[in-house]
Design a protein around this ligand. Structure first.
Ligand SMILES: [Zn+2]
Length: 347
């Protein structure tokens, strides 16, 4: 919160310092935030900061944590021309391509150097491998300067995905939940998943994502998933760009008023159920994300390399498929689950 005190100097003290780069109030800066070399090569996070003329909410928007999820990267590029720091209230920090080496090499899920999933190594380490160093810089230079994180993802090249927003609540995020919910609804994406973070074990998960790190650091936290099977559908890019602009309007950061909230016809999901293949082979989908399924319904099957069926993937609950495998290669284990959202009452 910003509290103006009579007679206080509102000059330099209000500049923002990110990785040694100073950004004055009312100005925009585009720069590459360095991630130093260690056991593997150096990289950087391309960042744009709009440090508004007036104080207000500080929002971090990140795209490209997973390098082959393209709609968010294209949407934030379009968002850049729609914010004017001189007329902005608050601060918008945009990690335009958070995982640059993965993006440029078009690797799915994993860093091309250390083969780790950037979304499982937070808060990272200054002396770790490249994924860990990116996470460290992200946490300590970007997330640190924000009140809220909007982390943008989509269906990777191997995934069928139905667009949805995830807002983080539960005991460990109770104070931040109202802001997260406000942001989530303002995005205008009609499927909204409410994640509960009640224990540290949940925050740590199977390796921390940037979202769980944001919860641990007391930030309002929103996950956005838009874009199907590594595609770049212009309608998806437009939906995400206009949703992000509406967030800034609803938070009164832009001069224009936002659309009324809550957005009508939102499908709320308070619980998800997932199942993953226990076999490696060739996947044949029979359903796709966005379809309603009944518990036990066959959503796809896995064959061996000769074509013999060795596994059936069945819906673990009644609900809507949020995402599921799509590509023929499927590995056993939790990296490519079938996830069903179970509809609930609005919260
Ligand atoms: Zn992702």
């Amino acid at each position: 919160m910003f509290v103006a005190v009579a007679g206080m100097n509102l000059g330099l003290a209000e500049d923002l310092d990110i990785g040694g780069k100073r950004v004055a109030r009312g100005s925009r800066a585009d720069f590459d935030l360095p991630v130093a070399a260690s056991s593997d090569p150096a990289t950087s996070i391309p960042v744009t900061v709009f440090h508004g003329a007036e104080p207000g909410p500080r929002i971090l928007i990140s795209a490209g944590i997973h390098g082959a999820e393209y709609v968010p990267v294209l949407a934030v590029q379009r968002l850049l021309s729609q914010i004017d720091a001189a007329r902005l209230k608050g601060t918008v920090i945009i990690a335009r391509v958070a995982h640059l080496s993965s993006f440029l090499r078009a690797t799915v899920y994993y860093n091309p150097h250390d083969h780790k999933n950037l979304a499982r190594v937070f808060p990272g380490s200054a002396s770790g491998t490249q994924s860990e160093r990116i996470a460290y810089v992200f946490t300590n230079e970007l997330l640190k300067n924000a009140d809220a994180l909007i982390d943008l993802h989509g269906g990777d090249a191997t995934e069928s995905l139905h667009p949805f927003v995830g807002v983080y609540g539960g005991e460990l995020a109770a104070k931040q939940y109202p802001l997260a919910k406000r942001i989530g609804l303002a995005l205008g994406i009609p499927t909204l998943v409410r994640y509960r973070m009640d224990t540290k074990a949940q925050v740590d998960g199977n390796g921390r994502s940037p979202n769980r790190q944001a919860v641990a650091d007391g930030k309002a936290t929103v996950l956005v998933e838009v874009g199907d099977r590594g595609r770049r559908d212009p309608k998806d890019v437009e939906m995400l760009t206009s949703g992000l602009v509406n967030v800034l309007r609803v938070l009164h950061m832009l001069p224009e008023a936002g659309k009324p909230e809550p957005v009508p016809d939102v499908r709320w999901i308070a619980e998800t159920a997932s199942v993953a293949s226990t076999k490696t082979g060739i996947f044949y989908p029979l359903k796709e994300a966005g379809m309603d399924v009944r518990k036990g319904e066959l959503a796809g099957y896995v064959t061996d390399l000769l074509g013999k069926t060795i596994e059936e993937l069945r819906a673990p609950a009644d609900g809507v498929i949020l995402y599921m495998p799509y590509a023929p290669p499927l590995n056993e284990g939790p990296s490519s689950p079938l996830v069903v959202g179970i509809p609930s009452k609005p919260e």
